[in-house]
Design a protein around this ligand. Structure first.
Ligand SMILES: *Cc1c(COP(=O)(O)O)cnc(C)c1O
Length: 399
């Protein structure tokens, strides 16, 4: 194998610590770089490409749509918004959807919704409870809701006075902070934290939280940007707990790579917003809407939710078997195709080694090897992924 070519980023702002490959094309779970080297995709563009790459149904739908309309404006009716909002509400129990273009933007609007809810209640200041290890985005408000010292550093002042942070999965902690923070009117969390290290909220916690929010008239806002759209085996992560949130945010997997974000609301969070309150130029454009509708339809037609459960369990079982008795593996966890392998030490170098061996994976929170494969991954491809990545983890820990 040739040495990887550094990417020419001279005029591209130096934001991401980029890996030394440039991908040129993909098909299914496979990607090829500009040098023609082949990679097995264990990351799906960070939970975006649920349908893998160049899925025939998506290619056909988008090709058709590009030939008709890409963008009009929200000052006109957009048929595709009606279709996708119906599809999201039918699967989530939500009543209204606002479309935007990213996860951060969806969460930004969720935060604005909580404020507007407070305003309508006659409150002049509200606070939202957020979690330790949360990730909600990089805009000023979502960064304040995010628990990442690395991402926040240098961008202060944060709007920290608008958020109260508590440990994830701990109802008593929320009840406690409520005593000294009467301004609280909402709770925002990921039911399965992604960037925070694949941390699952328990069913009892989520049910208790729903009850608490009902008792206090708080909005329960769930950030489903990473765990939503089928990835955990249900349409949305909270459906494992049988609860109904007041608002959810979606993005990553919804458009299969076409930029999209959505805030969906029900109950007391619905019918709040009117013309002039929310808006965005690109949000809900016909191309993004077609991508979203095609994604949901294809996930359903091809049985990919149930498939995500089977393949996710298969991959976790594979890693458990391959890493059994290896000192340094502290946990193998997750749900559906959100998979975390936690080690007892920082392990970022595993990403580069996997890349050199032809596997695209990720490490988050320094110590958690994270896999977010496309939902179309077959058992045979999952076996290749485990067979390729497990020895890299094992050798790293034996050094
Ligand atoms: C990625 C992510 C975001 C931010 O989405 P962007 O599209 O990058 O702005 C927000 N919340 C969660 C849970 C995410 O995983």
């Amino acid at each position: 194998m040739n040495a990887p070519e550094p990417i020419k980023t001279s005029h591209v702002m130096n934001t991401y610590g980029r890996l030394p490959i440039t991908l040129a094309r993909g098909e299914g779970v496979w990607l090829w770089d500009e040098q023609g080297r082949k990679y097995l995709d264990g990351l799906a563009g960070i939970a975006v490409n649920g349908l893998g790459h160049a899925h025939p149904k998506l290619v056909a739908a988008l090709t058709d749509q590009i030939g008709k309309l890409i963008h009009t404006s929200n000052i006109y009716g957009v048929r595709g918004q009606e279709d996708l909002a119906d599809a999201i509400c039918a699967r989530s129990g939500m009543e209204e959807v606002f479309f935007c273009s990213s996860g951060a933007e969806a969460n930004e609007n969720a935060i604005k919704l909580a404020r507007f809810y407070g305003y309508k209640q006659g409150k002049d200041f509200i606070k939202t409870v957020v979690m330790e290890n949360a990730w909600h985005g990089r805009t000023i408000a979502t960064l304040a809701a995010t628990d990442s010292p690395k991402a926040r550093k240098g961008f202060e002042p944060m709007q920290d006075e608008c958020f109260v942070r508590v440990p994830h999965n701990n109802l008593a902690a929320i009840i406690e902070v409520a005593e000294t923070n009467p301004e609280i009117n909402s709770v925002m969390l990921e039911v399965l934290q992604g960037e925070g290290g694949i941390n699952l909220a328990s069913v009892e916690y989520l049910q208790g939280l729903r009850k608490l929010c009902d008792e206090r008239g708080w909005l329960l806002i769930l950030d489903e940007v990473q765990c939503g759209v089928g990835r955990t085996g249900t349409w949305f992560g909270y459906q494992h707990a049988g609860i109904e949130p007041d608002a959810i945010t979606l993005a990553k997997g919804l458009g299969s790579g076409v930029p999209i974000g959505a805030l969906a609301v029900r109950g007391s969070a619905a019918k709040l917003i009117g013309p002039g309150n929310f808006g965005t130029t690109f949000g809900g454009n016909p191309l993004a809407m077609r991508a979203g509708t095609c994604t949901l339809q294809t996930l359903e037609e091809d049985g990919l939710l149930q498939h995500a459960v089977v393949i996710g369990d298969h991959i976790r079982a594979g890693f458990r078997a391959a890493l059994e008795g290896v000192a340094g593996v502290t946990d193998i966890r997750g749900q559906g195709l959100m998979i975390g392998i936690e080690l007892d030490r920082p392990c970022g170098v595993i990403v580069t080694r996997a890349l050199e061996a032809g596997f695209l994976i990720n490490v988050t929170r320094d110590k958690v090897v994270r896999l977010l494969p496309p939902l179309i991954m077959t058992t045979a491809e999952a076996d290749l992924l485990v067979a390729g990545v497990a020895p890299i983890i094992k050798n790293f820990l034996l050094e």
